[in-house]
Write a protein that binds this ligand. Structure first.
Ligand code: GLA
Length: 460
């Protein structure tokens, strides 16, 4: 049993509790469904970027490891040759699981873990990439016709992004690249972290920008990175992960409308409570999972409901019409999928509302309800995650817990009183090992900024 990393230090309100509070900028429940772009763009441009130096200091150990790999693979890092460093975070999702590809609202944030990427022009016209996490070197001509490797190969997440910039005629230089990540387990989107990091790198080296508005540019970058995963890697993921990582903001969660990637930034103030990542350490790969199968099921359900209810996405179906909708569908499996999507979408709005009112207990209950729905209706959990989340929900100081991300293994999220974390890790760690046969891991969450350059030749 291990507790890792830093303690969560959230901005706490000096005004007396609610213990957990989320203040949403310009947030009103009614406005949720009528999101407008401009105020959010302004908020993003104003405060998203944290000072490069801060981000650099947080990741110094990982940076050194990646620098070492770079030098062992390509020779000395050369500031005159224009070496640049980037950090692209992982994301967690507070609530709103498996509904981004149904046009729903989700509630992710970016965290302290992520991917460091170092790149330097090589004058060769080719892209060469090495990783501290995976063996081998990936080498390709960005102007050539690129082929997918074996399913799930890490290099395809990189190649896919180059392919997408090639399609919009961005002139891609030859680069030597080294990457390294410290993202624990599955469910925190290491793949989108890599994709978005590579996209930021390409835009930085080429000077390409799709818009003068920095928020709009990052939206476009997110959609491009998603296309890389959909079309090159072959996973039909939604926009949540790429959007969160490209648009993340320190100490804020993002109430994100996946139908148009508009975002309300919500300052997360946790008082006596913390968010804890629990890693089941059960391996899974998205392309091997039933992820694409779920996407097909909800697309089929939509094709049945669309003509009856006149909806464009499943998340447009109001919760009070869900029983009428289920009456239109014969297949009991499809009924369960629809019930999850519509109820989970409703929980996201409720969660944002409860947090903004300081109703921490109510928020915790929604996390538990979300897990139940993902377990029984969407069926994306599995024995390891159910064991870990079930144990977590029973512990003192825990207000709620649920699986996170695609599921089938990977990580969960626990809302817990900070003073209970140590005891929680001891008890849950021992019980999980006794049931599953190997250790779980525990990481207090720190909410960090989105993907950004952290060091360039000019900083030296
Ligand atoms: C993965 C996908 C996301 C989202 C989540 C589930 O992380 O990449 O688009 O669908 O699963 O919420």
């Amino acid at each position: 049993m291990v507790i890792f990393a830093t303690r969560l230090e959230c901005e706490t309100s000096n005004v007396s509790p609610p213990a957990v509070k989320v203040n949403c900028e310009e947030y009103h429940l009614a406005a949720l469904l009528l999101m407008v772009h401009s105020p959010r763009s302004a908020a993003y441009g104003r405060t998203t970027r944290s000072p490069k130096g801060l981000c650099r200091n947080m990741h110094m150990k990982l940076i050194k490891q990646v620098q070492e790999l770079f030098e062992n693979s390509y020779g000395t890092l050369n500031h005159l040759a224009g070496v640049r460093h980037f950090f692209s975070p992982a994301r967690i999702n507070l609530i709103g699981e498996h509904i981004d590809y149904c046009g729903g609202l989700v509630f992710p944030t970016t965290v302290q873990f992520g991917t460091i990427i170092i790149a330097q022009p090589n004058g060769l016209g080719t892209i060469r990439v090495v990783s501290i996490n995976e063996p081998g070197k990936v080498e390709f001509d960005p102007a050539g016709a690129l082929q997918r490797s074996t399913p799930g190969h890490w290099g395809d997440y990189v190649k896919g992004v180059f392919v997408e910039y090639g399609k919009i005629n961005v002139d891609l230089p030859g680069l030597d690249v080294a990457v390294g990540g410290d993202i624990p387990g599955g469910g925190l989107s290491s793949s989108a972290s890599l994709e978005v990091g590579i996209a930021v790198l390409i835009e930085t080296f080429t000077g390409y920008s799709s818009s003068d508005d920095s928020f709009a540019n990052r939206q476009a970058l997110s959609w491009l990175a998603q296309r890389a995963e959909n079309e090159f890697v072959g996973v039909n993921c939604g926009i949540m992960d790429q959007g969160a990582i490209a648009l993340g903001k320190e100490n804020h969660a993002m109430l994100m409308d996946c139908s148009d990637l508009s975002i309300n930034y919500c300052a997360v103030e946790l008082g006596d409570y913390s968010l804890l990542i629990v890693n089941s350490c059960k391996q899974r790969r998205l392309d091997e999972s039933a992820y694409n199968e779920r996407c097909e099921e909800v697309a089929l359900a939509l094709s049945i409901l669309q003509p009856v209810f006149g909806i464009g996405t499943l998340c447009e179906l109001p919760i009070d019409l869900v029983n009428d909708a289920l009456d239109c569908i014969d297949d009991p499996i499809l009924c369960k999928r629809v019930r999850h999507v519509v109820s989970e979408h409703d929980r996201v709005s409720q969660a944002a509302s409860r947090l903004s009112n300081g109703d921490v207990e109510g928020f915790g209950k929604l996390l538990n309800a979300s897990h139940r729905s993902l377990q029984h209706d969407y069926e994306v959990t599995g024995h390891e995650l159910d064991t870990l989340i079930g144990l977590s929900q029973q512990q003192p100081g825990v207000l709620g817990a649920r699986m996170m991300g695609a599921g089938f293994g990977g990580c969960g999220l626990v809302l817990i009183r900070s003073s209970n974390i140590e005891q929680f890790a001891k008890v849950v760690g021992a019980a999980y090992r006794a049931e599953i046969g190997y250790d779980a891991e525990f990481y207090p969450v720190e909410i960090g900024p989105g993907a950004q350059e952290i060091m360039s030749a000019n900083d030296e």
